[in-house]
Design a protein around this ligand. Structure first.
Ligand code: NDP
Length: 458
C-alpha cells in the first residue's frame, strides 16, 4: 500500500494480514491502523522472516495483552439512572507501563479503542521513553452535561478502572472529551478509593497537584516542532505559510499558538459543526475563551470578529478543507480526510499535512498525498509530544520535582527533533524517500519487536 514494492513478497506477512481481517472483520478502524503498519514494515520482516514467523511476533503484536470492558452507572441531574460502557485496552507493555489517554465520546467502541491502543505502542516507542501502549475511554458524551454530571460519571468510571491501573502498571491521561477537569475528578476518586497519594497514576493533572508545566501545550507544540523539522529537511521555511486547522480542542489550540509563534498565518479552525475563516489570521485568545472557558461553539467567534466568516459542515468534505492553505493540520478526529478531501487539498496546492489527531487521514488519502509529493507528518510521530510530556510529568512525580516551563519545553523540542530524525533515517535506510509514514512505522516496530524478542514468548 505505502510500500515501494508493488506486491507483498512476505508470505508470512500476507498470511498474518488475511487472518487478522478474518478475525476482526467488525473492527474497521483497528484493521485500518494495523494494515497501515503492516504494509510498511515488510522490508524489515524480509530481513529475518523465519525468526518473526517462528516466534509469531506479528500475531502477538496484533493481539492486545488485555482488554477490560466494564459497566459505568451514574445518576443524572434529573435523578435518572444512566449506563455507559467503559474500556481500557492494555495493548503492549514490552517497553514500559501501559500509557495512553482516555476518550469520552459517543462514538467510542472496541474497534476505536484498539486502533488507538495499537497506534500508541509505536508512538510511545518513538519518544525514547519507557512507556508501553494502552488506551481507554467510554461512549459517554460530555457535551451538554453539567459539572456535577461530569463529576459523577468520572467517579463511577474510576471506581472500576482503579482496579487495573497504577503508576507502574498503567497510566492513563486525557484525549477527546477528557481535559483538566475530568482528570481532576478521576484523580480524586482514585486517591479516595486507594488511600494513597500516587501522583504518577494519571497525567495531565492540574499544576497544584502534580501536573507538569507545558503538558497542556505539548501535543500542539510538538506537532509544530516536527513540522518545522520536516519542512527544514526539504528546504522549506515555515514563516509566512498559511495554515488551516481542523478542530479547536486541546491539540488544535496549541498547534495554532506555536504555528503563530513560528511566523505562520493560521486562517481557519473548526469544530464538528463547522469552521470559521479569518483572512487576517485567527485571534487565538478568542478561541481559548470560547473553547476553554465558556465551552461554546466555534461559530461564536463571529461575535468577537464580525468580519470573519462561518461555514457549516454540510457536505462529505468538512468545510474547513475548502479553504486554500499551504499547511494542513487535522487536529480533530480519525478519518477526517478521505481520498476526495485529499484530492481537493492537493488541487489547492497544499505542501504539507501534519497529523495532530490520531489517524485523521484514511489510508487512501495517505497514499494520494505521498504519490503527489505532499509532505506528510504521521500522527504516531508528529503528535507524540503529548505522551512524551506525560512521561516527563511521571518523572517529575517520581523525583518529587517541578520543572520550569522552559525546561520541559526544551526537552519536548529535543524529543520531537529526535523523533523526526528517527523517521527520516529509517525511511532513507529502507528506500522510502520522504515517506515519514513508513519511517515512523519501521523505527518504532524495530524497537518494540526487539524488546518483545528479548522477553521471550509471553
Ligand atoms: P478535544 O476534545 O480537546 O478536541 C477535539 C476537537 O475535535 C474538537 O474541536 C471537536 O469538536 C473536534 N471533533 C471531535 N470529534 C469530531 C468529529 N467526529 N468530527 C469533527 N470534529 C470532531 O480533543 P484533543 O484536542 O485532545 O484531541 C484531538 C485529536 O488529537 C484526537 O484524535 C486525539 O486522539 C489526538 N491526540 C490528542 C492528544 C492530547 O494530548 N490531547 C495527544 C495525541 C493525540 P466538537 O467540540 O464539536 O466535538
Amino acid at each position: 500500500m505505502f510500500t515501494c514494492q508493488t506486491e507483498t513478497k512476505s508470505s508470512y506477512l500476507s498470511g498474518v494480514l488475511a487472518n487478522l481481517k478474518a478475525k476482526n472483520s467488525f473492527e474497521p478502524e483497528f484493521l485500518q491502523a494495523a494494515e497501515e503498519v503492516l504494509s510498511t514494515i515488510e522490508p524489515v520482516i524480509l530481513k529475518n522472516e523465519q525468526e518473526y514467523k517462528d516466534s509469531a511476533l506479528l500475531e502477538r503484536l496484533l493481539e492486545p495483552e488485555r482488554i477490560i470492558s466494564f459497566r459505568v452507572p451514574w445518576v443524572d441531574d434529573n435523578g435518572k439512572v444512566q449506563v455507559n460502557r467503559g474500556y481500557r485496552v492494555q495493548f503492549n507493555g514490552a517497553i514500559g507501563p501501559y500509557k495512553g489517554g482516555l476518550r469520552f465520546h459517543p462514538t467510542v467502541n472496541q474497534s476505536i479503542m484498539k486502533f488507538l491502543g495499537f497506534e500508541q505502542i509505536f508512538k510511545n516507542a518513538l519518544t525514547g521513553l519507557p512507556i508501553g501502549g494502552g488506551k481507554g475511554g467510554s461512549d459517554f458524551d460530555p457535551k451538554g452535561k453539567s459539572d456535577l454530571e461530569i463529576m459523577k460519571f468520572c467517579q463511577s468510571f474510576m471506581t472500576e478502572l482503579q482496579k487495573h491501573i497504577g503508576q507502574d502498571t498503567d497510566v492513563p491521561a486525557g484525549d477527546i472529551g477528557v481535559g483538566g477537569r475530568e482528570i481532576g475528578y478521576l484523580f480524586g476518586q482514585y486517591r479516595k478509593i486507594r488511600n494513597v497519594y500516587e501522583a504518577g497514576v494519571l497525567t495531565g493533572k492540574g499544576l497544584e497537584y502534580g501536573g507538569s508545566l507545558t503538558r497542556k501545550e505539548a501535543t500542539g507544540y510538538g506537532l509544530m516542532y516536527f513540522m518545522r523539522e520536516m519542512l527544514k529537511a526539504n528546504n522549506i521555511e515555515i514563516a509566512n505559510k498559511t495554515v488551516i486547522i481542523s478542530g479547536s480542542g486541546n491539540v488544535a489550540i496549541y498547534a495554532c499558538e506555536k504555528a503563530q509563534q513560528m511566523g505562520a498565518k493560521v486562517v481557519a479552525m473548526s469544530d464538528s459543526s463547522g469552521c470559521i475563516y479569518d483572512k487576517d489570521g485567527i485571534k487565538l485568545d478568542y478561541i481559548k475563551e470560547i473553547k476553554e472557558v465558556i465551552r461554546g461553539r466555534i461559530k461564536e467567534y463571529l461575535n468577537y470578529v464580525p468580519s470573519s466568516l462561518y461555514s457549516e459542515n454540510n457536505s462529505s468534505i468538512p468545510a474547513v478543507y475548502n479553504i486554500v492553505a499551504d499547511i494542513i493540520l487535522p487536529c480533530a478526529t480519525q478519518n477526517d480526510i478521505n481520498l476526495e478531501t485529499a484530492k481537493l487539498l492537493v488541487n489547492n496546492g497544499a505542501i504539507a499535512v501534519g497529523e495532530g489527531a490520531n489517524m485523521p487521514c484514511d489510508n487512501d488519502a495517505v497514499k494520494y498525498f505521498l504519490e503527489n509529493n505532499v509532505l506528510l507528518a504521521p500522527g504516531k510521530a508528529a503528535n507524540a509530544g503529548g505522551v512524551a510530556t506525560s512521561a516527563l510529568e511521571m518523572s517529575q512525580n517520581s523525583m518529587r520535582q517541578f520543572w520550569s516551563f522552559e525546561e520541559v519545553d526544551n526537552k519536548l523540542e529535543n524529543i520531537m527533533v529526535n523523533i523526526f530524525n528517527q523517521c527520516q533515517n529509517a525511511s532513507n535506510e529502507y528506500g522510502y524517500k520522504n515517506n515519514y509514514v513508513a519511517g515512523a512505522n519501521i523505527a518504532a516496530f524495530t524497537k518494540v519487536s526487539n524488546a518483545m524478542k528479548a522477553q521471550g514468548i509471553i
